[in-house]
Design a protein around this ligand. Structure first.
Ligand SMILES: [Zn+2]
Length: 319
């Protein structure tokens, strides 16, 4: 595809979510991605976006009014944590989280208005661990889950595929959609181990009408490209047989990288380019090339920008 038809959202508003010294989910992550973007040959070609704030109705597509209010109050009253010691907050965290959701929804709107064909949202805080009414694992609002609901409610998009290649299982996203046959959740992640959050077994396949629309591909510690790439391809083939999505959302986490400090998988840059190519091929075949990727984890800052760009290069090549 023409890189000029690819959107890239990056915004200094996310600095407002301050975490304590040494916390891996820090504002420097977005600067690392900015550096990767600036040094890549595609960087100047992408259509740049900044984030608007999401309105409360959109966030309430997934989270309750009470939960949203509780999070807002915690930030306003100067608390340092919300729901667990993993979840640092600052006065600006609520605003940043609303702009994370808003950034992603703005990107969806740009795709639906055909201003761009697909795009990447370098947002924080991340979202895939956030449950309906519980903050977990550095996540407060489930950005991708809200995006899926928004596509369905605002644009009547029927079928959404969510691909999650963050090293951690996206417990929140799985739980939100596990009873629904119209949103397919596919996750590849590290497991079994003591790794957070502990969900994501192969036996978790969805519930009731949603049975068969959740696919978990757990990878044991030390797994590298040689094992994950065929497993990823095989899983996408399986999905192709049962689910042809109208839109693809990606929880793009880069913490399965070999030097990431938070986990024990050994993916290289090549794996992320491969994911991009394969997701792009699926989207081109079934979803009119519509893929929005949303940043989740990724904590090895010297390479984070390169990993994002390798993934995007794979996507752009194929779409
Ligand atoms: Zn992660």
């Amino acid at each position: 595809m023409d890189p000029k038809r690819f959107g890239f959202l990056i915004d200094p508003i996310y600095d407002a979510h301050e975490t304590e010294e040494e916390h891996p989910e820090c504002a420097r992550r977005i600067r690392a991605i900015q550096a990767g973007l600036d040094s890549h040959r595609f960087g100047p070609m992408f259509k740049r976006f900044q984030a608007g704030s999401a309105d409360m109705d959109a966030i309430q597509l997934v989270h309750s009014k009470e939960y949203i209010q509780e999070f807002r109050s915690a930030c306003q009253s100067g608390l340092s944590y919300f729901h667990s010691y993993d979840n640092c907050i600052s006065e600006g965290s609520f605003e940043a989280a609303c702009h994370a959701v808003g950034g992603v929804l703005g990107h969806l709107e740009a795709v639906m208005a055909e201003e761009i064909d697909s795009g990447f949202c370098a947002i924080r805080p991340p979202g895939h661990h956030a449950e309906r009414n519980k903050a977990m694992g550095f996540c407060y609002f489930n950005n991708v889950a809200i995006a899926a609901r928004y596509l369905k409610s605002r644009y009547s998009v029927e079928k959404v595929l969510i691909v999650d290649f963050d090293v951690h299982h996206g417990n929140g996203t799985q739980h939100i959609f596990e009873e629904e046959p119209s949103v397919f959740y596919f996750s590849v992640h590290e497991h079994p181990s003591f790794l957070f959050p502990g969900t994501g077994r192969r036996s978790e396949v969805g519930i009731g009408a949603g049975k068969g629309f959740t696919l978990n591909v757990p990878m044991p510690p030390s797994t590298g490209d040689d094992r994950v790439l065929p497993a990823f391809d095989y899983a996408l083939e399986q999905i192709t047989e049962v689910f042809k999505a109208d839109f693809v959302l990606v929880s793009a986490g880069f913490d399965a990288y070999e030097h990431d400090p938070l986990a024990h998988l050994n993916f290289t840059e090549k794996a992320y380019e491969h994911f991009g190519r394969q997701i792009g091929a699926y989207a081109r075949a079934f979803s009119k090339g519509r893929v929005i990727s949303v940043l989740e984890g990724g904590y090895f800052l010297p390479k984070l920008g390169d990993l994002c760009m390798a993934y995007i290069e794979g996507l752009v090549h194929t779409l």
